[in-house]
Design a binder for this molecule. Structure first.
Ligand SMILES: CCCCCCCC/C=C\CCCCCCCC(=O)SCCNC(=O)CCNC(=O)[C@H](O)C(C)(C)COP(=O)(O)OP(=O)(O)OC[C@H]1O[C@@H](n2cnc3c(N)ncnc32)[C@H](O)[C@@H]1OP(=O)(O)O
Length: 219
C-alpha cells in the first residue's frame, strides 16, 4: 500500500524534525484560534493576510508531492505527522497525544474555539474524529489493528469546549475484527460513548501485518 514509508533517521535527526514540526504547527494552530476570535479592523486583516501569504510562500519553496503518509523508522517508531487527529505537523489536529497502558489507552486534550459546534460546545463530528483515532490506536497498540469499519457514537450530554478526557479499551477480538469501546468525559462525567469495529483489511493480512505490527507508538 503506497504512503507507508520506511526510513532510517538517527535519534538526533528525528528529535530535530519533531521539534520543527511541533513548532510550526503550534504557530499555525495559534493563528487559527486568533483568526476565529479576531475583532480587528479591515486594515489589520489586510496586513495579517499579507504576512500569512508571505509565510505560505516560504513553506511552498520545498514541499512533499502529496500527503505526509505514515513513516516507519528503523528504531521501531512510527510517524503519522499529517494525521488529522495526532499529526505533529498538522495544525488542524488538536493535536491529541495518546497514552497507552496495558488495559486502557487515554488522552487529555484542550479543545478551543476552532472545534465549536453548538455555542460553547464541542462539535459532535470532532468528538467522533477523536474517538475514531483513539479507539483505532487502542486496537493498534494491542496488536489487533484495523481500519474503521463501523463507529457508533452516543452523545449523552453536551461537551463544553475546554479540557476533555478520552479513554478506550479493546472489548473483544473476533477473527479480523476488533471491537473497541471508549468514552469522552469532562470533569469525571461521561459526555459521549462509542463503540468501534476495526477490521484488518484484506491487503494487510498475512505477512504484511507482521511488518506493520512491529512499529510501536508515535514518534
Ligand atoms: C498490522 C497491520 C496493520 C494494518 C493497517 C490497518 C490500517 C490501520 C492504520 C492505522 C490504525 C490506527 C488509526 C486508526 C484510526 C483511524 C482509522 C480510519 O480513519 S480508517 C478510515 C476509515 N475507514 C475506511 O476507509 C474503511 C473503508 N472500508 C474498507 O476498507 C473495507 O470495507 C474494510 C477493511 C472495513 C473491510 O473490508 P475487507 O474486504 O478487508 O473485509 P471483509 O473480508 O469483507 O470482512 C471481514 C469481516 O468484517 C466484516 N465487515 C466488513 N465491513 C464491515 C463494516 N463496515 N463494519 C462492520 N463489520 C464489517 C465482514 O462481515 C467480515 O466479518 P466475518 O469475518 O464474516 O464475521
Amino acid at each position: 500500500m503506497s504512503g507507508y514509508i520506511q526510513e532510517d533517521l538517527s535519534p538526533e535527526e528525528l528529535a530535530h524534525r519533531a521539534r520543527l514540526a511541533s513548532s510550526i504547527a503550534g504557530s499555525v494552530r495559534d493563528l487559527i484560534d486568533a483568526t476565529v476570535r479576531t475583532e480587528v479592523d479591515e486594515a489589520d486583516i489586510d496586513e495579517a493576510r499579507r504576512l500569512i501569504e508571505a509565510a505560505t510562500a516560504i513553506l511552498r519553496k520545498d514541499q512533499l508531492p502529496g500527503p505526509f503518509g505514515i513513516r516507519f523508522n528503523t528504531d521501531g517508531t512510527k510517524r503519522s505527522w499529517g494525521n488529522a487527529v495526532l499529526g505533529r505537523r498538522n495544525p488542524i489536529a488538536p493535536p491529541v497525544v495518546l497514552h497507552h497502558e496495558p488495559d486502557v489507552s487515554w488522552t487529555e486534550v484542550e479543545l478551543g474555539a476552532a472545534y465549536e459546534g453548538p455555542a460553547g460546545l464541542v462539535h459532535g463530528g470532532v468528538l467522533a474524529l477523536i474517538l475514531d483515532q483513539l479507539l483505532g490506536s487502542t486496537a493498534e497498540y494491542q496488536q489487533v489493528p484495523g481500519m474503521t469499519g463501523t463507529l457508533t457514537v452516543r452523545y449523552r450530554k453536551a461537551t463544553p469546549l475546554g479540557r476533555i478526557r478520552g479513554e478506550a479499551r479493546v472489548d473483544r477480538v473476533d477473527g479480523v475484527k476488533t471491537f473497541v469501546t471508549g468514552t469522552i468525559s469532562v470533569d469525571g462525567k461521561v459526555t459521549a460513548e462509542a463503540e468501534g469495529i476495526f477490521i484488518l483489511p484484506k491487503w494487510a493480512r498475512g505477512d504484511k501485518s507482521d511488518v506493520l505490527r512491529r512499529s510501536v507508538g508515535e514518534g
